[in-house]
Design a protein around this ligand. Structure first.
Ligand code: NAG
Ligand code: NAG
Length: 150
């Protein structure tokens, strides 16, 4: 299900000038990920957490690769119809493109694919109370199809 949603999202990306040869799946140059991104798609094996008011339903605005190797996300989320901004700094792990953060339990956030220019997908794993939840997020540089505009 998650993969189906993700490929649907990617086909929206593909509608633009998408070049599969520029897609990177390892050895990420995280400095190139810095910039403005928009949330396009989210999928999870626990839909409660990404539906309205779900704790993982956050909308990205900006990603910054910090000098010390951490990855800073500027997110927004909705609380009773109000947009609330939050900054999340994820610490790098020993794996390239993978970060960790404590938020509603322990999380790893890993890049799974990007072309640096049009889209990036992240794979989030959350460990809370002995339960593991996966989520996939697709971010794009174009806000045309954004979740935020719904
Ligand atoms: C890296 O820098 C950021 C911003 O100053 C800070 O929040 C974070 O804790 C630092 N990470 C490490 C591992 O020092
Ligand atoms: C964690 O599990 C305990 C025992 O099953 C439960 O009482 C508690 O509400 C759970 N906490 C969360 C955050 O899910």
């Amino acid at each position: 299900m998650a993969l189906l949603l993700l490929s649907l999202g990617l086909s929206l990306v593909a509608a633009q000038e998408f070049n599969p040869r520029t897609v990177v799946q390892r050895n990420y140059n995280m400095a190139r990920v810095s910039g403005v991104w928009y949330s396009i798609f989210m999928a999870s094996d626990d839909l409660n957490r990404i539906k309205e008011n779900g704790d993982l339903r956050v909308f990205v605005r900006n990603i910054e690769h910090l000098k010390n190797g951490s990855l800073k996300f500027d997110f927004e989320y909705m609380v009773q119809g109000e947009c609330v901004a939050v900054v999340v700094v994820c610490e790098k792990t020993e794996k390239n493109g993978e970060y960790s953060i404590n938020y509603e339990g322990e999380n790893t956030v890993a890049v799974s694919e990007t072309d640096y220019r049009l889209f990036i997908t992240f794979h989030l794993q959350n460990f809370r109370n002995g339960t593991k939840t996966h989520a996939l997020a697709l971010y794009e540089t174009c806000r045309k199809y954004g979740l935020g505009s719904q």
